[in-house]
Design a protein around this ligand. Structure first.
Ligand SMILES: Cc1ncc(COP(=O)(O)O)c(C=O)c1O
Length: 328
């Protein structure tokens, strides 16, 4: 839900029967308003405020992740009827914030959950955003099996294997090898075990869904002493406080000039519209000498950019236009 919170995107996914990973009371509320069944929601934040836990209880959202002792005590007090999913840390980058350490923490957490008479029903992990390493999923599934066995020895049935997110959106060629690695690992580690598999793909669903079109609002040409153009600074009507809030490479920028291969290209820097000097979108981009009022197109902007955007400095968010090939 956090990846692209556009109401029509959420409504479409809900209509297609997709379940939701919610991280806050507001997201739980949105899912309820979309008519998503409480059984189709996982409250997938491992450090939840008490008020959000109580709200989950009211909404009957009874699947929730944990990765630390304090959370177990909170859940014991405020949502003891919840089914719990132990989130463990993968050995990939980007995993410092969430997930217990498998070697030093997981067993103690499962033991504490047993002591508190809570119900642990599975494991979850996140291999890291836009994963390009299929083997990362395989290693995580091997760990999930270790914890599955550990849980069994403590009396838990932990059939839920939550594969988390990390599936690529724009670099779609990585998806098939990832799916192959996952299927092979599930067959290898969980053969004949009665497991239930879920995943939490964010970027995968929406990254390619949005195309952003920006207008050049201002321009500064920097010249060498000889008068020759050194580089061109373009000031766009959207920037790092808006749709570009998640930095990435912008090598696929397009413009509307015809016969681009015959035009001189210039090193260009793209700036956002705010007064923040850090509002630089990209440098070392090569573009023709464009005019104020011309448009730039940024494909594959549907993941995490606009959902994190603000109207900082009074700069409006872009207008959304929808196009769907099919209705659901
Ligand atoms: C718990 C959890 N699941 C799934 C996702 C979605 O990840 P992605 O967009 O990489 O698929 C995130 C993203 O931060 C997450 O924190």
């Amino acid at each position: 839900m956090k990846c692209n919170a556009d109401p029509l995107v959420l409504k479409t996914l809900a209509a297609l029967g997709v379940g939701f990973n919610c991280a806050s009371m507001r997201e739980l509320q949105t899912a309820a308003e979309l008519g998503v069944d409480a059984d189709n929601i996982i409250f997938a934040h491992t450090c939840k405020p008490l008020s959000h836990l109580s709200f989950a209880a009211q909404q009957n959202v009874l699947l929730s992740t944990f990765d630390n002792e304090a959370e177990l005590y909170k859940i014991k007090e405020h949502l003891p009827q919840s089914n719990l999913v132990l989130r463990f840390r993968c050995d990939t980058a980007l995993n410092a914030k969430f997930g217990c350490d498998v070697a030093t923490e997981a067993k103690a957490l499962l033991s504490l959950a047993a002591k508190l008479q809570l119900r642990v029903v599975g494991t979850s992990f996140h291999v890291g955003a836009a994963c390009e390493e299929p083997a990362a999923y395989e290693r995580a599934i091997a760990t999930a099996k270790l914890l599955y066995d550990e849980g069994k020895s403590l009396g838990f049935a932990m059939p839920l294997v939550n594969l988390g997110g990390g599936f690529p959106g724009r670099k779609a060629h990585y998806f098939a090898p990832i799916a192959t690695a996952i299927n092979a690992a599930l067959a290898k580690y969980f053969a004949n075990e009665p497991i239930e598999i879920i995943a939490e793909p964010g970027r995968f669903f929406v990254e390619t869904a949005d195309t952003l079109i920006c207008k050049i609002m201002g321009k500064r040409v920097v010249r060498h002493a000889s008068g020759e153009i050194q580089c061109i600074l373009y000031y766009l009507n959207d920037g790092n406080s808006g749709s570009f809030s998640m930095s990435r490479d912008y090598s696929n920028i397009q413009h509307f000039r015809a016969n681009a291969d015959k035009l001189d290209m210039f090193q260009s820097i793209l700036w956002g519209p705010t007064c923040m000097s850090a509002d630089k979108i990209a440098d070392n981009i090569y573009l023709p000498n464009l005019n104020i009022g011309e448009l730039l197109v940024f494909p594959e902007m549907g993941a995490y950019g606009l959902s994190r955007a603000t109207e900082f400095n009074g700069m409006p968010l872009p207008k959304m236009l929808y196009y769907a090939r099919q209705t659901v």
